[in-house]
Write a protein that binds this ligand. Structure first.
Ligand SMILES: Cc1ncc(COP(=O)(O)O)c(C=O)c1O
Length: 345
């Protein structure tokens, strides 16, 4: 088995999680009768400090439901650079909700002023700026934490301007672990928050969209319309509940593994890592020209390390439940070896 650092989504359920899944009480969730889904939704709402939550298939669906709930076709959504819905959601926002994006700030981060610079004038020929989205932690920037003071200022200013605010909190657990702030505090500036159970938490499937009861009831209609109404979904919700109870504390181990991996890689020839930007479980490794991410990833695969190129000269390593600290350190050795091999080839 290769060491797999492509994503924290590659984890497999543990024996204890599978046991919890096998014992799950279930019902028909489209009829609102699955007790395990209802328990998970109640827990997700409590953790994010919101009125209600909706269990959904994926982080993509959570984000897209939020966009559908907060916008009308022809509207504009303000996001940071590299936002997940722009890069990795198969064009869902224009396809499903008929919206376009405006990018604020750099590297995924922006403040209230930079948001305001991107707000369209209220004129009939301009698209309506109806939603701002913040991603925390920010995937493409290497799992960095969105500054909470900016999140608060963005949420407050958006409210004054009548713009909705959504948090893409796929890895909000990592942000909470890194900052020591409660998930409910991190979600407080936002009207809605999508959270994922199938990344660092290690559940096999599922996310939740959290917000007011009205947001959730509106999202429930879109979820059904898009084919996301699931029946005995308690089988999946049980994995998520187990992950919330047993896998949150251990996220600090993933952050430690990322630090160790980054430290070793920062000493490797042909690559560099900005150690000040390693805040959670993701490490961006930048390669010296003329090395390419694709070429080094291929050389790494031949040595038993699975790692993804996330840019022409960038690799992204993600730590998770299924990689030990020894494997994380070994991965850095293998990657250094792969870089040397790619340089010679
Ligand atoms: C920041 C962010 N948002 C949303 C998602 C989408 O999650 P999913 O793969 O479950 O659709 C991801 C997935 O990696 C992500 O990194």
């Amino acid at each position: 088995m290769p060491i797999d650092l492509r994503s924290d989504t590659v984890t497999r359920p543990t024996a204890a999680m599978r046991d919890a899944i096998s014992r799950a009480e279930v019902g028909d969730d489209v009829f609102g009768e699955d007790p395990t889904v209802l328990a998970l939704e109640a827990e997700a709402a409590k953790l994010t400090g919101k009125e209600a939550a909706l269990f959904v298939t994926s982080g993509t669906m959570g984000n897209q439901l939020a966009i559908a709930v907060h916008t009308q076709p022809g509207d504009e959504v303000i996001v940071g650079e590299g936002a997940h819905p722009v890069f990795y959601e198969a064009g869902a926002s224009p396809a499903l909700s008929g919206v376009q994006f405006a990018v604020a700030g750099v590297g995924g981060f922006f403040d209230a002023e930079q948001m305001e610079e991107r707000i369209q004038p209220r004129a009939y020929w301009a698209p309506r700026s109806s939603l701002v989205c913040v991603e925390n932690t920010h995937n493409r920037s290497g799992g960095r934490v969105f500054p909470q003071a900016d999140a608060i200022a963005i949420g407050a200013r958006a409210k004054e301007l009548g713009i909705a605010a959504h948090l893409d909190g796929a890895r909000i657990w990592n942000a909470s672990t890194s900052t020591g702030l409660a998930v409910s505090d991190l979600a407080a500036p936002f009207d809605t928050a999508s959270i994922c159970f199938s990344k660092g938490l290690g559940a096999p499937v599922g996310s939740a969209l959290c917000g007011t009861r009205a947001h959730v009831e509106r999202a429930r209609v879109f979820r059904k319309r898009w084919g996301g109404g699931m029946r005995q979904a308690g089988i999946l919700a049980a994995g998520a509940l187990f992950a919330l109870e047993h896998h949150r504390e251990r996220l600090r181990e993933d952050h430690y593994k990322a630090k160790r991996f980054a430290e070793k890689m920062s000493a490797a020839l042909g690559a560099s890592v900005d150690l000040t930007r390693v805040e959670t479980n993701i490490v961006n490794v930048d390669l010296d020209a003329p090395l390419t991410g694709e070429k080094v990833a291929k050389a790494a695969a031949a040595l038993g390390l699975a790692i993804n190129a996330s840019g022409p000269r960038r690799l992204r390593a993600v730590m998770h439940l299924d990689v030990t600290q020894e494997e994380a350190e070994r991965a850095a050795d293998l990657l250094a070896e792969a870089i040397a091999a790619a340089q010679k080839a």
